[in-house]
Ligand binder design. Structure first.
Ligand code: TYD
Length: 137
């Protein structure tokens, strides 16, 4: 499955709105880990790597930020996330950066794997190489 925006259920209420997520129903993988990024100083960039296997859903729980996706074909797609009831699904082998965090924004990331340093590709040229090898298989 390609990267895409997923909408979560939204229970509108005068007392405040509520959204929720269940494994398998709203997320196209089993959630093994959740982490969040917060207190990001203005102008900072997080991410800037790919995962070999890990799939993720990125949610702007509060505020807004941009997720820049590079599929290895020289195209960059930028998603501005600013709704707590939407998430961006990102498959494995995707180069991604998170940037332009608004003040007090919180990025929640649901991941298909526990933290594994070996799953990271930190070098862009290596990412392109592995991606091309996969295409040619
Ligand atoms: P990293 O994923 O490299 O952050 P980013 O790509 O957003 O810049 O993680 C930063 C540090 O945090 C790194 O030393 C590993 C650690 N870390 C964990 O221990 N567990 C986790 O679940 C994550 C996401 C990071």
């Amino acid at each position: 499955m390609k990267n895409k925006i997923i909408s979560f259920p939204k229970i509108l209420d005068d007392r405040g709105n509520l959204s929720f997520i269940e494994n398998d129903t709203h997320i196209p993988f089993e959630i093994e880990r959740a982490y969040w990024i917060y207190d990001v100083p203005g102008g900072e960039v997080r991410g800037g790597h790919a995962y070999k296997e890990l799939q993720e859903v990125i949610i702007a729980l509060s505020g807004s930020f941009d997720v820049a996706i590079d599929d290895g074909k020289g195209r960059e797609q930028v998603y501005n996330l600013n709704r707590s009831y939407e998430g961006l699904y990102v498959p494995g082998m995707t180069w991604r950066q998170i940037r332009h965090f608004s003040t007090n924004s919180v990025a929640l990331i649901l991941a298909s794997l526990p933290y594994k340093e070996k799953d990271y590709i930190y070098n862009y040229n290596e990412y392109i190489k592995v991606k091309n090898e996969q295409h040619n298989m």
